[in-house]
Design a binder for this molecule. Structure first.
Ligand SMILES: CC(C)(COP(=O)(O)OP(=O)(O)OC[C@H]1O[C@@H](n2cnc3c(N)ncnc32)[C@H](O)[C@@H]1OP(=O)(O)O)[C@@H](O)C(=O)NCCC(=O)NCCS
Length: 157
């Protein structure tokens, strides 16, 4: 019998339809107004949408730790969705995703990245600032569920 190995390997992989049940569980624990499974399925069909998951594997099992969806349109990258499963937060997974987005964007000739974030989402805003994003604008009452403004952030590549 080989020795038991509980080391976790993290792999960034393309999202597939079979991943959607696990993704939906993370989505529901992460957002006040979660995307539906159909919205994720639609993203998988959009040619300029980059849909990625982080697979966490031991020698016994594999699970999804988080996901990232962004669009590359002309010379801009637009972050559409990012979430990390609660039990794996604060371990650098989102930071790793942002790095991957930047690298894919750079290789595609993108000059700038942008995103919208709820102004109350301090964890995400701190992450984005750490990744070089700065607030360049605001969309008043953008989120109809909580009547919150969106901050518009940009980062050059
Ligand atoms: C925001 C989110 C994606 C961060 O994921 P994560 O994997 O925990 O983030 P990381 O571990 O890579 O942290 C990177 C940086 O984010 C910030 N951050 C993450 N969690 C934080 C927290 N609880 N409090 C303050 N800052 C936090 C910090 O700047 C951190 O850097 P540090 O380790 O030097 O402090 C995660 O909290 C999440 O899924 N939230 C719910 C969904 C969401 O809000 N998505 C963003 C929508 S715009």
């Amino acid at each position: 019998m080989p020795p038991e190995n509980n080391d976790i390997t993290v792999t960034i992989d393309l999202m597939g339809k079979k991943d959607l049940p696990e993704i939906m569980a993370i989505e529901k624990e992460s957002f006040v107004s979660p995307w539906s499974e159909g919205m994720f399925a639609d993203e998988l069909k959009v040619r300029h949408s980059q849909c990625l998951v982080a697979r966490l594997s031991t020698d016994k099992k594999s699970m999804i730790g988080g996901y990232l969806i962004f669009w590359i349109v002309a010379d801009e990258a637009h972050l559409h969705n990012l979430a990390v499963k609660k039990e794996f937060r604060n371990q650098g997974l989102a930071y790793g995703f942002m790095d991957v987005m930047k690298e894919i964007s750079r290789q595609a000739g993108v000059r700038a990245q942008t995103l919208e974030v709820r102004e109350s989402n301090l964890e995400a805003i701190k992450l984005y600032r750490k990744c070089g994003f700065v607030v360049k604008g605001r969309r008043p009452l953008y989120y109809t569920d909580t009547h919150e403004d969106a901050l518009i952030m940009w980062a050059d590549i």
